[in-house]
Design a protein around this ligand. Sequence first.
Ligand code: R5P
Length: 313
Amino acid sequence: MEGRLQVFAGNSNIPLARQIVAHLNMNLGRALVGQFKNGETRVRLEENVRGSDVFVIQSLTQPVDHHLMELLIMIDALRRASAERVTAVIPYYAYAKQEKKTTGREPISAKLVANLLTVAGTSRVLTMDLHAPAIEGFFDIPVDHLQAGPLLADYFRSKHLENVVVVSPDAGGVGRANRFREQIGAGLAIIAKQRPEPDVSEVLEMVGDVGGKTAVIVDDMISTGGTLVEAARALKERGAVEVYACATHGIFAGNALSLIADSVLKETVVTNTIPLQPEAEAARVRTISVAALFAEAIIRIHKDLSLSALFSR
Ligand code: R5P
């Protein structure tokens, strides 16, 4: 790509955006991203982007719809200002759990978000740990899909825990947990859960031996915390000595952090795809930065280099 590299950010995760540009030895592009008095999003680019290879960093954190709209309007502004290529860098892609109908008369919101991004003028997407990898196929533009698993595995390897069993808290996460198990060298256990209603999780059964072991639950996201806290409780009941957890996206919706603070979890590790709330420390939650990985991906995309090497780091 010939054009110069410029990186802008919406308001959803400024600390991560600053870390990413620090790794790139550059400053964030200057732009006004605010609101009119009537609540509508107001964007004005304050530097020239004509002919540039532009990346816009925006995690779809709460308030999700507002941050999505900021991203769409920034992309529209960049296109109208003649940016050559616009990559939406979306460390956390929201609406991903609505990637299929579970019953009649429901939307497929993850597909709608993909359509909105495409119509706004996005040339390509750089994201991390989509809840359902099939969402990549909702786009007809290139999607680069990074994984936080290797970074989280590095952290757990550095703790030198003994007699570890990696736990998938539901059937859908078995592939992820199995890759993590291979990376840290441990056994595998699988929980079967059910959701009697949205945002409520119940452990039904467990496969694998966890008695006397240190359990590490691996998930893609922590939303209400229900899945995690129930899984940790079931593991302790079945004889696990200590229970740790890790996930890429720490959403911590509602009272998730106080549920985790009051749980048997010894430590919960998430990445900074979503900014951490101040109560996280009391809940024994710590973060690992994905900034260097995103910076490397941005450079490789800009230089038209392969990203494959990043997927196994
Ligand atoms: C489910 O399929 C996901 O992988 C997570 O386990 C789930 O989204 C976590 O949600 P919550 O924290 O609300 O139980």
